[in-house]
Design a protein around this ligand. Structure first.
Ligand code: DAK
Length: 257
């Protein structure tokens, strides 16, 4: 892979996917998105990996979809390329994904961060949906996920003006989980990934599914869904192990069975 580097840590059960077009501020061209999809599918199927981190570099997580690649496209080109299938596939990743964001997370870059389950940001992170300045609008969840995350007032302001918000504001409005100094943002994401990797991968998978259900279900449907997943976990060895370990006052070792 050229634009996405896979850095697995088998011993600690996590992997980093690093967006790697630094000269273009990690602009998300088609090849990069296809590589990201392939990387996520590979890691999602690998039992040694229990948590995935997507990151860029200090200057940019991703400055959006590749404007130069999109510039001359027609609506029919966009339809045929069907980039959404790539985004949909990424959304279906079962394992938890942490975005480790430093610098620009704009347009598709902000949408990619929001597609992740948690976001750790450096103090220099900037989030924005500047598509409006290009004569278009967000197309990969920017109007929906951003609004759910930060509320209507700020989402409208960001989407209608293209203004960026800094890490402090993003934290204040619940878009991200934590802000750390720039030299530690990846390490902080790794610490979080390692903590998750020690838990039951089955419980983590069903818990992730259940939280996501809250975004597209009524409260009753969501509660039903949660209950079924909760019951299902009592069929796992991990549940027996987790509860036995508590009673025996020892650390649980979860095998995902
Ligand atoms: N695309 C292509 N190249 C980009 C880029 C981008 N989004 N962002 C930066 N670059 C390139 C610049 O052109 C420049 O390359 P050269 O000109 O040197 O060859 C290089 O990266 C460095 O950028 P700058 O020289 O501009 O650096 P500055 O520090 O001065 O400015 C900036 C940084 C981030 C403020 C600025 O580069 C900027 O405004 N970038 C564009 C940000 C933006 O408008 N992003 C939204 C793009 S639209 C879809 C899914 C998603 C999307 C669409 C469809 N489907 C599923 C169908 C998403 C759309 C978008 O994201």
């Amino acid at each position: 892979m050229q634009f996405v580097l896979i850095e697995p840590n088998i011993a600690e059960n996590y992997a980093i996917l690093r967006l790697n077009r630094p000269r273009e501020l990690n602009a998300l061209n088609l090849q990069l998105m296809q590589e990201l999809r392939a990387g996520l599918q590979l890691l999602d199927a690998d039992d040694n990996i229990r948590c995935i981190i997507i990151t860029g570099n200090e200057r940019a997580f991703a400055a959006g979809a590749d404007i130069k690649q999109m510039q001359e496209r027609t609506a029919i080109d966009m339809l045929k390329i069907d980039q959404f299938s790539t985004w949909d596939a990424i959304r279906k990743t079962k394992k938890p994904i942490i975005a480790a964001v430093s610098g620009f997370a704009l347009g598709g870059g902000c949408e990619l961060a929001m597609l992740c389950d948690m976001v750790i940001a450096s103090e220099t992170a900037m989030f924005g949906q500047p598509e409006i300045k290009l004569g278009v609008m967000p197309g990969a969840g920017g109007t929906q996920r951003l609004t759910r995350a930060v509320g209507k007032a700020l989402a409208m302001e960001m989407v209608l003006t293209g203004r960026f918000i800094d890490a402090n504001k993003a934290y204040q409005f619940g878009l991200i989980n934590k802000i750390v100094p720039v030299e530690y943002y990846l390490q902080e994401a790794i610490t979080l990934a390692k903590e998750i990797a020690q838990l039951s991968p089955l419980a983590i998978r069903l818990a992730k599914e259940s939280v996501n259900k809250a975004f597209d279900a009524t409260l009753n449907e969501g509660l039903e869904f949660e209950r079924k997943n909760f019951y299902m976990l009592f069929a796992s060895q991990d549940q027996k192990e987790g509860m036995a370990a508590f009673v025996e006052k020892r650390t649980a070792h979860f095998e995902g069975k």
